[in-house]
Design a protein around this ligand. Structure first.
Ligand code: PLP
Length: 441
């Protein structure tokens, strides 16, 4: 097929996620390698979002591809009730990577069902039913995960499931109060959370679910002491702490898991994306030994036909080995430092950049009309003139592929990106932001 034919077939028959279908103009990709994709005319695009912040190893990782091929030749599928080598091996590898309080893994197909099962496990274990999560969050689009989600992508599911309670993230840049320090902010947010726990009734709350670092709602990094503070509240009120590491996990922040940045040990960790980078869909929930032991005596009422799919797990084993052998964490730390410097330069230079937030290779650029007032470039939940879409379009023209959310642009490339590649691409961001300054400020 030609590129045009692929595009037309796609537009005619594929319903695309989160889109008004008639506006779609998907780029047909003929091949992809490393951080680059190529269309059918040979135009190169740098993937500056690692697809949906999952393709940490980039395209064409041979170690993962070969592991999948070898598993295809052995067998492609066995039901979850069988003992399967890559499934067992991957579970052990994950437990070895996690803190010492972790014991077992329940595998799922992706991130949403990882969160679905995490909240089920917390409810079964505690015998309580309410679940706290945050407004500026995305946890998946299925019914339970969609109800955990705090931002407008949950609206089609409303009225929501009873017992799903929302609280606010520590989003200091846009807080109504100016805090004198990070510690003061932490104190404020923790006091509010504790008040809410009391008003909801601690005896009814099974779990607090948080993206360790809020991802698609703007890379919101918790202030000093916040995560240990939430951990302490969970301990005080006997609530399960669930860290959603679907986006932030597996090296993205310069640590294997994002919660390692805050020196805490959650009770449950949901994961997906970077566990095998989507070479075959995979997700899961890692559970503490204490919770795992509960299910030694009680029924685990969770199940999926493809739980721990052999091909996905074989890809996972190869992927985790690749992270280790390529010393990816050190690489992210080093290139992440350069990313931070480049983003700070953009903020300094462009009136349209209100804030930049970054950790490792996880970053967001928040666009404003006015740096002083922080008025967002587009109003929350509204962009009738397609301003953000046209900025993304300008980047795409230059071969820089990423996505936006509300008034934010994301720079979350594959973790294998080199310093040179990053610098080359951020020149394009600089040029596009200059156009934004001129047209909208
Ligand atoms: N949790 C987080 C933090 C995510 O970013 C996502 C997806 O982007 C999900 C859960 C849902 O994962 P999936 O799309 O694999 O169901």
């Amino acid at each position: 097929m030609t590129g045009e034919e692929v595009k037309e077939l796609s537009r005619k028959y594929v319903l695309q996620s989160w889109s008004i279908q008639k506006t779609l103009n998907p780029v047909p990709i003929e091949k992809a390698e490393g951080i680059y994709m190529y269309d059918y005319n040979g135009k190169r695009y740098a993937d500056m979002s690692a697809q949906l912040v999952n393709l940490n190893v980039g395209f064409g990782n041979q170690a993962i591809a070969n592991a999948i091929k070898e598993q295809v030749d052995r067998y492609c599928y066995l039901a979850p009730s069988y003992a399967v080598e890559p499934r067992a091996e991957l579970a052990k590898m994950l437990i070895d990577l996690l803190p010492d309080n972790f014991g077992k893994v329940f595998f799922t197909n992706a991130g949403a069902d990882a969160n679905e099962n995490a909240i089920k496990i917390a409810r079964m274990y505690t015998g309580k039913n309410k679940v706290f999560s945050r407004y500026r969050s995305y946890h998946g689009s299925s019914f339970g995960a969609g109800n955990l989600t705090g931002e407008p992508r949950r609206f089609p599911l409303e009225p929501g499931i009873p017992g799903f309670v929302k609280f606010f993230d520590p989003y200091i840049y846009r807080e109504a109060i100016d805090f004198p320090s990070e510690e003061a902010a932490t104190k404020f947010y923790l006091a509010k959370l504790e008040e809410q726990i009391k008003y909801e009734g601690a005896d009814s709350i099974a779990a607090i679910v948080m993206e360790t670092i809020t991802g698609s709602n703007g890379v919101i990094i918790p202030p000093k002491g916040y995560m240990p503070g939430v951990r302490a509240l969970c301990d005080k009120y006997n609530i399960i702490m669930i860290c959603d590491e679907v986006m932030a996990g597996f090296g993205r922040t310069g640590k294997m898991f994002a919660f390692e940045n805050f020196d805490i040990k959650p009770d449950l960790v949901s994961f997906a994306k970077g566990v095998n980078c989507g070479y075959v869909p995979l997700g899961g929930v890692a559970v503490s030994t204490k919770i795992a032991e509960y299910f030694d005596e009680h029924m685990l009422s969770c199940g999926l036909t493809y739980s721990g799919h052999p091909l996905a797990c074989a890809a996972g084993v190869a992927c985790l080995n690749y992270y280790k052998e390529s010393n990816i964490i050190q690489h992210v730390y080093e290139v992440g430092k350069v990313l931070g410097e480049l983003l700070e330069e953009l903020k300094e230079k462009h009136p349209c950049v209100g804030d930049v937030r970054y950790i490792g290779l996880f970053s967001a650029i928040e666009l404003v009309k006015d740096k002083e007032t922080k008025e967002p470039l587009v109003e929350y939940g509204k962009d009738p003139n397609g301003v953000m879409g046209s900025i993304i379009g300008n980047l795409k023209e230059k071969g820089f592929m990423t996505y936006s959310h509300e008034n934010m642009l994301f720079v979350n490339p594959a973790l294998i990106i080199t310093e040179e590649q990053l610098k080359e691409e951020l020149v394009k961001m600089d040029e596009v932001l200059a156009v934004v300054d001129k047209e909208y400020i």
